[in-house]
Design a protein around this ligand. Structure first.
Ligand code: ADP
Ligand code: ZN
Ligand code: MG
Length: 515
């Protein structure tokens, strides 16, 4: 059987001297702002997403990241003569689900096509893809922009299979060899192509953020960029503001984070403007982003569709979506992030910002909602997430999933605060302790059992002290400015080192001030 990782001559070692010359000619594009302002960018994004199916698109091999090289392969995904592909129904289900979530019109009958090219990581010599009859078309995503919500069109969403992977680094002889791992061959992908509707790098960033969020909510992909389950090529051109015709585009490849895509686009826009301003012409080509250098450089001239010699895949029948499959897909459709945020804002009386944080992932939103429904005051749960949890996670560079305090724990803490059993200072201390010890609520509360002063006489004594020290504020309060009560509550709380029972304190402050 085939194949262990096989050394091949490293194409990069041959490229590198040419690349070095290009790098040394690099312009550190710095076009004056008034020149930049004359131009407008036109951007279209092509996003490849690996589907989270158990097996590959056309064979029974495991669809699994990180397996030892060349272990998840079979005659079909290796393209051995005589092996025939069989379409994975789950992949169709997921692709259809993504299409509907992205507001696309799904074709009842779509056609697979062969996209032919030669590359060491493509043993068949072609990728099975879709060409002129893709699964879905005419979709859109809404993104926030400074001028309000904007709709970015989705031209098409089609199914295809992934190629293998060339490994250029990490082996002792990597300077002269490239290895090939074919595990990824035949992994089911969807490619989502946007209309050239995007006008700024920020809009591109927003589009990708929303797209990823929708895909994550539908559960069709883990969208893990480090593992390559979401990959984006960015097409960009510039034109004078007001011009109708698009300029010549360059395609930036190999960008592995949304922030880098934004940076690569910023760089590329300036580079193109500089060329035009100095009387040159932008050439249509593929360019590579180099994150270390913070710039793009030319990779190869862009191939045209006809270079691929597309033709209908003779080994697969047309993909016909049955009524049963469509029903299955509709059942799988979750509430999508934007709709969910709107509902959560109304249902729990939380802010837009709260809702944004709390829908970072579907699992977080689920956890929050179950906690919020159990808690006495959902808004307090949201507040604790925003004020106490997020800042501590940020400071420790942790993801929400890694938090010692669960949403259930937060709901518990919120109820204690709601019942006046904890002051906000005590709450903060408990959050600190939890992050130190790794405990959740109620454990951290049970262990620390923060002291509370619940003796009315003791609290009144402190209130008297604060009232005596602040005659001006007392005057304001009695003159009708009732909000000054909060000042007294704060001062007494400070004096009590955060231990006064908040409910009692509130009640007694008003009583004293009114009395
Ligand atoms: P190609 O055939 O070169 O792949 P496509 O027409 O398939 O080009 O478009 C690929 C992507 O490039 C799409 O996302 C599209 O919106 C975008 N695009 C097309 N023309 C331009 C242009 N002039 N400037 C920027 N983006 C463009
Ligand atoms: Zn296989
Ligand atoms: Mg294209």
């Amino acid at each position: 059987m085939l194949p262990q990782a096989r050394p091949l001559p490293n194409p990069d070692s041959r490229l590198s001297s040419a690349a070095k010359i290009k790098l040394s000619m690099a312009t550190t594009a710095s076009v004056p702002p008034e020149i930049l302002a004359k131009y407008e960018a036109v951007i279209g994004l092509e996003v490849h997403v690996q589907l989270l199916t158990a097996t590959k698109a056309f064979c029974g091999c495991a669809n699994q990241f990180g397996a030892p090289p060349n272990t998840n392969v079979c005659p079909v995904c290796l393209g051995l003569p005589g092996a025939l592909p069989v379409l994975n129904e789950k992949a169709v289900e997921y692709a259809t689900l993504a299409s509907l979530a992205l507001n696309c019109q799904v074709r009842d009958r779509s056609i697979f096509a062969r996209k032919n090219y030669f590359y060491p990581d493509l043993p068949k010599g072609y990728q099975i893809s879709q060409y002129d009859k893709p699964l879905a078309e005419h979709g859109w995503i809404e993104v926030p922009t400074p001028a309000g919500t904007k709709r970015i069109g989705i031209t098409r969403l089609h199914m295809e299979e992934d190629a293998g992977k060339s490994l250029h680094d990490g082996f002792p002889d990597s300077a002269t060899r490239t290895y090939v791992d074919l595990n990824r061959c035949g992994t089911p992908l969807i490619e989502i192509v946007s209309e050239p509707d995007i006008r700024t790098p920020d809009e591109a960033y927003e589009y990708l953020t929303r797209l990823k969020e929708i895909l994550l909510f539908t559960g069709v992909s883990d969208c893990n960029m480090e593992e390559g389950s979401l990959r984006c090529d960015a097409n960009v051109s510039v034109r004078l503001r007001g011009a109708e015709k698009f300029g010549t585009k360059a395609e930036v490849k190999n960008v592995n984070s949304f922030r880098f895509i934004r940076a690569a686009l910023e760089y590329e826009i300036e580079r193109q403007i500089e060329i035009i301003e100095s009387g040159g012409r932008v050439v249509q080509e593929s360019r590579l982003w180099n994150a270390n250098e913070g710039r793009t450089y030319s990779m190869r001239s862009k191939e045209q569709a006809h270079d691929y010699r597309y033709f209908p895949e003779p080994d697969l029948p047309p993909l016909v979506l049955t009524a049963r499959l469509k029903e299955e897909v509709v059942k799988l459709m979750p509430e999508l992030p934007e709709a969910r945020r709107k509902r959560m804002i109304a249902e729990y009386e939380i802010t837009e910002q709260d809702a944004q944080t709390l829908t970072a992932t579907r699992s977080l939103a689920d956890q929050f909602e179950s906690a919020a429904r159990a808690a006495k005051n959902p808004k307090r749960v949201a507040n604790l997430v925003q004020s106490e949890l997020t800042s501590r996670l940020k400071a420790r560079c942790l993801e929400l999933e890694q938090s010692p305090i669960t949403m259930k724990g937060i709901a518990f803490a919120a109820d204690l605060a709601e019942e006046g059993k904890l002051s906000s200072k005590q709450l903060k201390q408990l959050f600190d302790s939890a992050f130190e010890s790794g405990e959740d609520f109620p454990a951290v509360y049970e262990r620390e059992k923060p002291q509370q002063i619940t003796d009315p006489a003791a609290i009144e004594k402190m209130i008297d002290e604060v009232i005596a020290a602040n005659p001006k504020q007392v005057e304001q309060y009695r003159g009708g400015k009732k909000t000054v009560a909060a000042f007294f509550v704060g001062q007494v709380m400070k004096l009590s080192k955060g231990q006064a029972n908040p409910a009692l304190l509130n009640e007694l402050v008003t009583k004293k001030l009114d009395g």
